[in-house]
Design a protein around this ligand. Structure first.
Ligand SMILES: [Zn+2]
Length: 435
């Protein structure tokens, strides 16, 4: 059988390092054989792979590293141009920076151009799978779907739903939301690598009627996901308590409407109580850690260990626009620093896991993405440090490949991404200027 074989230093995580599974594999002089359907045929030492598949096309990446495509578990499409906006905490920032930016996606032409750029930007950062809050405007979501389908990126997204506490242009009642959401769910069924996520923004933006509709949709369409925010800041958590006095806690607001399932992704979860954590573990929902955003808005330090000890799946997220960059890779360095402040020590394997296989598991996509197991989709990016003379010299001082990976995790960024492949296809070529 003829394959396409990519060569370089190959690193991936095969198991859960937090569960003491044997996990990190680094193959210097490695090769990755990809079949014609875009799936991984074989990973191994260069010569062994060449021997197994003679007469294959060879793409030699030299000394660059090949890493599984990064998984961004949480960011916002209509905040593409809302990065680095001022705000005094979450609620003030939403009102003054975010809602005006999101309203501009009412303009379809603007949204189309933004969607194209958004998807290309993610790919250029090495992200091959992303869970994305879509726009409040149906046509803007169609634009995002089109851009995603053309690029081949794996996208989980849905229309951001809200019916209160924001400018009227962004609000839709449950009745007004139902038809467009159903149409978008239908479109996802027929588009490869596109998945629908029912997306109530957060408890303060949603009336009980809207949350009830979300629960009904989730039940009716079991292939969909649900994404929302939880326990991001203390002010928000107190406001939710006041708005939903009958709920025992923040999680209970969502739980009461059937929104907490193994298909649910909750962003932030910083000020989450033990009772909520126990319920999250029982319901087997996932959580997304967005350390840059949390620092930017002064939200707090995510208690990673408390989630992991209960077996709660955790993904990494950039949370653009509160996050100030699109690179999940850079987010890992930030996660390392935030967890240091919580006395939680992470090594290179833990970090790489969170952005690859751990993220895939959090999204229920571990059969398809997150590592280089045979049969998975060939999603990866090429990390090329050689043009960076400082980084090349620093890696030269390392004793082994594991130490080099740790350096790369802290010192490399999206400018070192040489190329990104999704399902075996070149989706973002080398380009020093980011889209
Ligand atoms: Zn968010």
């Amino acid at each position: 059988m003829s394959m396409t074989i990519h060569t370089g230093t190959i690193a991936h995580v095969r198991g859960d390092p937090f569960g003491a599974e044997e996990a990190l594999e680094i193959i210097e002089q490695g090769a990755l054989a990809i079949d014609r359907s875009g799936r991984i045929g074989l990973l191994g030492e260069r010569n062994a792979v060449f021997e197994a598949f003679p007469n294959s096309e060879i793409i030699d990446h030299g000394n660059a590293w090949l890493i599984p495509g990064l998984i961004d578990g949480h960011l916002h499409f209509p905040q593409f141009y809302a990065t680095a906006g001022p705000g005094n905490g979450l609620l003030d920032w939403l009102e003054n920076t975010v809602y005006p930016a999101e309203a501009s996606f009412a303009d379809e032409l603007f949204a189309r151009a933004a969607a194209e750029r958004f998807v290309r930007h993610l790919l250029a950062c090495g992200t091959t799978t992303a869970m994305v809050f879509g726009s409040q405007f149906y046509d803007a979501n169609l634009a995002l779907f089109d851009a995603a389908a053309r690029s081949g990126i794996r996208l989980i997204t849905g229309m951001t739903l809200m019916d209160r506490n924001a400018p009227p242009i962004l609000l839709r009642t449950a009745e007004q939301s139902l038809d467009p959401v159903e149409k978008l769910i239908g479109l996802c069924r027929t588009t490869p690598r596109l998945y629908y996520a029912i997306t109530p923004r957060f408890a303060l933006s949603c009336s009980p009627a809207l949350l009830e509709m979300c629960g009904a949709l989730l039940k009716c369409h079991p292939e969909t996901y649900l994404q929302t925010h939880i326990n991001e800041t203390r002010t928000e958590t107190a406001a939710v308590r006041a708005a939903f006095p009958r709920s025992r806690h923040y999680l209970d607001v969502y739980d009461g409407f059937g929104l907490i399932t193994e298909r649910t992704m909750l962003a932030h979860s910083i000020h989450t109580t033990d009772a909520e954590l126990d319920r999250m573990a029982e319901a087997a929902c996932a959580v997304c850690h967005c350390p840059t955003s949390n620092a930017y808005l002064g939200s707090g330090l995510f208690p990673l260990q408390k989630h992991l000890t209960r077996g709660i799946r955790v993904a990494m997220g950039t949370d653009v626009g509160a996050g100030t960059q699109f690179s999940v890779w850079r987010e890992l360095s930030q996660a390392y620093k935030v967890q240091q402040l919580r006395d939680c020590r992470l090594d290179a394997c833990h970090l790489l896991y969170l952005a690859t296989l751990g993220g895939a598991k959090a999204l229920g996509l571990e059969h398809e993405a997150g590592s280089f197991e045979t049969g998975k989709s060939a999603d990866f990016f090429v990390l090329d440090y050689e043009q960076d003379s400082y980084l090349a010299a620093r890696l030269g001082r390392c004793e082994n490949a594991m130490d080099q990976l740790f350096c790369l995790l802290h010192l490399a960024d999206e400018r070192h991404v040489g190329a990104t492949y999704v399902h075996g296809r070149l989706a973002a070529p080398r380009n020093r200027s980011l889209p």
